[in-house]
Design a protein around this ligand. Structure first.
Ligand code: ZN
Length: 259
């Protein structure tokens, strides 16, 4: 069986470092990752990056968040173009797996019109609760595009063979999830915002704000347990780690010995 994983950079964000690591000074410029998983039974995207409107009018698109984020996102970096460059038609993506519904993780959903969205039920419901839309900083314009939605309650084996599994990592938002992918003899886990940076994982260094601190710590413990058993962990927005991650058209699998 062949399973390929590709990493894309769908833009960059510059923001106060303290938003990622409480107490840190200065600012950080961080990547906005998206991934393509090609499985014999279908193609899945894990996180779709920023909405293409943020290339031309980020202030309007980001609203309240524009005060804290400077967007670096050029034409050609959006998910649809990234896929086309790889020879994959965006219309042929079967699944969008969103870690959560923040603007830099699901803004590209609109460009993948035929996909079924795989999302934790808690996250989807939070994204349609007016109080949480306000307090957790969701924007339904990023994700309400009429996709078929499959709501998940916990772990979900995407292709039924254990190779691609959604794992709940709540805390950053009410229903955040990460993705575990088995490639050859190894495992890769894309954490999304359950862990912004390697330092989050190494030191339990939490961000300034999160939905549920205890759940976030529990999620980091779960990710550390996966690392302890040999999984490669790709945290959500780590510029130093990201430099070491092969980008499409190279396969991410190349980093994993034995593949
Ligand atoms: Zn987030």
């Amino acid at each position: 069986m062949t399973l390929n994983v590709y990493a894309f950079t769908c833009g960059w964000l510059t923001l106060p470092a303290a938003l990622l690591l409480a107490g840190e000074k200065g600012s950080l410029t961080v990547p906005v990752p998206a991934y393509l998983i090609e499985h014999p039974k279908g193609r899945a995207i894990f996180d779709s990056g920023l909405h293409v409107d943020t290339q031309t009018d980020p202030n309007r698109r980001l609203g309240r968040l524009a005060a804290y984020h400077t967007v670096g996102f050029k034409p050609g970096e959006q998910i649809a173009t990234r896929l086309e460059a790889l020879g994959v038609a965006p219309s042929r993506i079967d699944f969008i797996i969103n870690s959560h519904l923040h603007f830099d993780h699901c803004g590209g959903n609109e460009q993948l019109p035929n996909a079924t969205l795989l999302i934790q039920r808690r996250e989807w419901e939070a994204g349609h609760n007016s109080e949480l839309i306000e307090s957790v900083y969701y924007d339904p314009h990023d994700y309400d595009h009429g996709h078929k939605v499959k709501m998940l309650d916990g772990d979900h084996d995407v292709f039924g063979d254990g190779s691609v599994v959604c794992i709940p990592t709540h805390g950053h938002t009410p229903g955040h999830q990460s993705l575990r992918v088995r490639i050859g003899a190894g495992e890769v886990v894309m954490t999304g915002d359950a862990c912004y940076l390697r330092r989050t994982l190494d030191n339990f260094h939490l961000p300034t704000a999160m939905y549920d601190r205890e759940q976030m710590l529990e999620s980091i413990r779960r990710l550390r347990a996966l690392r302890d058993r040999g999984a490669m962990i790709i945290t959500g927005h780590d510029p130093e780690l990201w430099e070491t991650i092969p980008q499409a058209p190279d396969r991410l699998a190349a980093v994993n010995p034995g593949v």
